[in-house]
Design a protein around this ligand. Structure first.
Ligand SMILES: [Zn+2]
Length: 446
């Protein structure tokens, strides 16, 4: 589920350029997977009670919603790739490139116009799927955000991508012109500091454009006092100035908390929907889980892994795009990779790599999430009477709030699951008690 799904933005940046091309549907990204078809033998032994269950009415909804969101996610990725290919194959890209050369004299201005139009086209191509995603999210009672507000946010995203994305694409395109053979290495070198900068700036510049944040200390001092118990037990200094409350209730019924930022901007954010909905003990676990991401340096580790992986991604994409440009360039009107249209060929290979590598980044993400679950459960040991019960209850509340499917389809879970399924997480928590028989935790000795 979406506890701390934001730290993943570090991994999401893995294919920085491809990040400007995603057509997946964010609103439903939280829910997962299609039900496994169950055969119904007549004399089946009773199933053991599962750790995460939903009442029948909600179960049917969760199954339907997960089917929609899985299909949207996969179709969105494939459509994103297909759309770039269409831009090339129909020669739309090369026509626009020639047009910019006719209307503007300076190459940088031609490039800026070209990439701005490119980003608008990509945005419009993805809009119908985004609309379906928001429709479904509203229909199933997850989102309560009105269409005007939703469209406003879409517009802001587009504005942001034009403001930052167009110059960035132009800059990377310039690198291909400047270093036709080694551009991928230069691009890689420049991507690393850009990733750091983006992660640092996200909570300070980007997030406030879309949501309201307040210091938790100001809005909920009683909760901060509770959380201090967990902070004290972890022995790690997370000052209250790094705890924020996000006003999510105007947009969603979902509950969530996450860790974001880097260095001085690193922080823990709790949605206001979480606070009034579930008992304090369960909030302590959620906070413990987030603390786990925080103290186990998952953002920094994610960035490091992404940076290392990107070296090979850029190299591979440069080789593959070079081949594509030689083989199909004349048909697509791409005169080498350094042209604007040639750069679209590069973006096509990057978005293909991004899609194919999704299971890899999600596997890393699931590993981090599992670590944070362990950390969170150990962190509340000795503070709440029965950590196993508390954590199982927290996952049930979380699953119910997001209508998470208790039996996600294994393939979609493998490909799209940034977190282990709620069922896996609740089942693990139910049986996790390292202190039993005089043992100790993985992260806590006492
Ligand atoms: Zn997490």
């Amino acid at each position: 589920m979406t506890l701390a799904r934001r730290w993943r933005s570090a991994l999401g940046l893995a294919v920085l350029l491809a990040a400007f091309v995603p057509l997946t549907c964010a609103p439903l990204a939280a829910a997962q997977a299609v039900p496994t078809p169950t055969s119904q033998p007549t004399a089946r032994p009773p199933e053991p009670k599962q750790a995460y269950t939903l009442p029948p009415g909600e179960l049917a909804k969760a199954v339907a919603l997960s089917r929609i969101s899985d299909i949207l996610a996969i179709v969105g990725s494939l459509w994103g790739i297909a759309f770039l290919w269409l831009l090339l194959a129909t020669r739309a890209s090369s026509s626009v490139e020639s047009w910019t050369q006719r209307i503007a004299r300076r190459p940088w201005l031609q490039g800026l116009i070209f990439f701005a139009l490119f980003l608008i086209a990509v945005f419009l191509a993805g809009l119908p799927l985004d609309v379906i995603g928001h429709l479904a999210s509203r229909r199933y009672g997850i989102s309560v955000q009105g269409w005007a507000s939703w469209l406003g946010e879409e517009g802001k995203s587009l504005g942001l991508s034009l403001l930052v994305g167009a110059p960035l694409l132009l800059f990377f395109n310039w690198m291909v012109r400047r270093w036709p053979r080694r551009f991928w290495l230069c691009a890689w070198l420049i991507t690393l500091p850009l990733m750091l900068l983006a992660t640092f700036a996200e909570p300070l510049v980007i997030d406030p454009l879309f949501n309201k944040f307040e210091p938790l200390q100001k809005t909920d001092p009683a909760l901060v006092q509770q959380l201090e118990k967990v902070v004290k037990r972890t022995g790690i200094d997370i000052p209250p100035s790094r705890m924020f409350l996000m006003k999510a209730s105007t947009k969603t019924n979902g509950i969530n908390a996450y860790v974001t930022g880097f260095g001085p901007s690193k922080r823990i954010v709790v949605w206001d929907t979480t606070i009034n909905r579930i008992p304090d003990n369960e909030i302590l676990f959620i906070f413990g889980h987030e603390t786990g991401h925080y103290v186990l340096h998952h953002i920094a580790k994610g960035l490091t892994l992404a940076g290392a992986g990107l070296f090979f991604v850029y190299w591979g994409c440069a080789v593959f795009a070079g081949w594509l440009a030689r083989r199909f360039g004349p048909r697509w009107g791409a005169t080498g990779l350094a042209s604007r249209t040639g750069f679209v060929v590069l973006l096509l290979t990057l978005s293909l790599a991004g899609f194919l590598l999704e299971p890899v980044s999600n596997a890393v993400s699931r590993h981090f999430e599992h670590q944070a679950d362990i950390y969170g459960q150990e962190a509340i040991h000795g503070i709440v009477p029965n950590p196993q019960k508390t954590v199982v209850a927290a996952f049930n509340a979380l699953g119910r709030a997001w209508l998470s499917n208790p039996h996600p389809n294994p393939f979609f879970q493998f490909w799209l699951g940034s977190h282990p399924s709620i069922q896996q997480r609740a089942t693990f928590a139910e049986h996790y008690d390292p202190w039993k028989n005089g043992g100790h935790g993985k992260y806590f000795m006492h």
